[in-house]
Design a protein around this ligand. Structure first.
Ligand code: GLU
Ligand code: ZN
Length: 295
């Protein structure tokens, strides 16, 4: 793999933010709120907005969800400066087209001895391609394969690559939204998958490679990704890159205080738009009892 695939652009002058939907469903009010925060922070800083298509989950991605998020973001009034539809200096903007970059990062992690081949836990490995949102944090990995080397794996055996976290180390950072964070590696999160047996990079690795190579200066996303940020900080360090700033947003809860989840699928942006809701109403969802959105 050519090392050129990993050449980091010079640190950008101004703020560069990103909006990174996964085309595995239509956007809902939770996405709208987070993306609005990302978009307005970029604009307030006089910066640029990158739209990234996180389409690595081949089993769940559908083309209508890609055209869907483009249409919904346009309706919401959040124009972007670079993206899969308009191109830009850090193209391509669809993860499925960025395999050389991910493969080069994997090679660098291997050379540095940061990762090991793991033959266990099929289910966890299958899930690793998507970001772990509320309710799908994985259990701490038991470390069964920690001392494995590639030579130990019998020919033909399927394995993933897992990142060895520094047990007991506090991976501290100051979050723009939630303030100082101090998750402990090995206690709050364990060794995590960076590459799946089917040759697909896991969310954690793809996200770091893209945010770094696209010159993102601040990552704005939901609060349920705080622990993913700790994992990603370890990846930045291992890859020798400086990390962006992070700003996590509170998740939208319904009138019972329950997190917006699949049971609220009807709260898709397009459904609300079809029912005549305005952009202001859609962005204002949550936290105000009696707004009728959850009934
Ligand atoms: N595509 C990921 C998601 O929608 C992005 C997560 C992130 O912002 O890092 O969950
Ligand atoms: Zn294992």
């Amino acid at each position: 793999m050519s090392p050129a695939a990993l050449s980091i652009p010079p640190r950008p002058e101004g703020y560069r933010g990103r909006i990174a939907p996964s085309p595995t469903g239509f956007l809902h009010v939770g996405h709208a709120r987070t993306f609005w925060m990302a978009w307005s922070r970029a604009r307030a800083a006089g910066g640029r907005v990158v739209l990234r298509n996180d389409d690595l989950d081949r089993d769940r991605v559908r083309p209508e969800f890609i055209s869907g998020f483009i249409e919904d973001l346009k309706w919401l009034g959040m124009p972007w400066d670079e993206g899969p539809d308009i191109g830009g200096p850090t193209r391509p903007y669809s993860q499925s087209e960025r395999m050389p970059q991910y493969a080069a990062a994997l090679a660098r992690l291997r050379e540095g001895g940061w990762i090991y081949p793991c033959t266990c836990s099929r289910r966890e490995i299958a899930a690793s391609v998507s970001a772990p949102h509320a309710g799908d944090e994985e259990p701490i990995y038991a470390g069964t394969c920690r001392s494995r080397r590639l030579e130990d794996i019998p020919w033909g055996t399927r394995f993933s690559w897992r990142f060895r976290v520094p047990d007991g180390e506090t991976v501290g950072f100051v979050d723009g939204g939630f303030g100082p964070q101090s998750p402990v590696a090995g206690r709050d999160f364990g060794d995590f998958v960076v590459w799946r047996p089917d040759g697909v990079p896991a969310y954690q690795l793809a996200c770091v490679v893209d945010d770094a190579l696209m010159g993102i200066t601040e990552v704005v996303r939901g609060e349920d990704l705080l622990l993913s940020t700790a994992r990603q900080l370890l990846l930045y360090r291992a890859l020798g890159w400086s990390a962006p700033a992070f700003f996590h947003c509170p998740l939208i809860r319904d009138e019972q205080g329950i997190r917006l989840a699949k049971r609220h699928a009807a709260l898709s942006i397009r459904e609300l738009r079809a029912r005549g809701r305005t952009v202001a109403e859609v962005l204002g969802v949550g936290g105000s009892p009696g707004n009728g959105f959850f009934s």
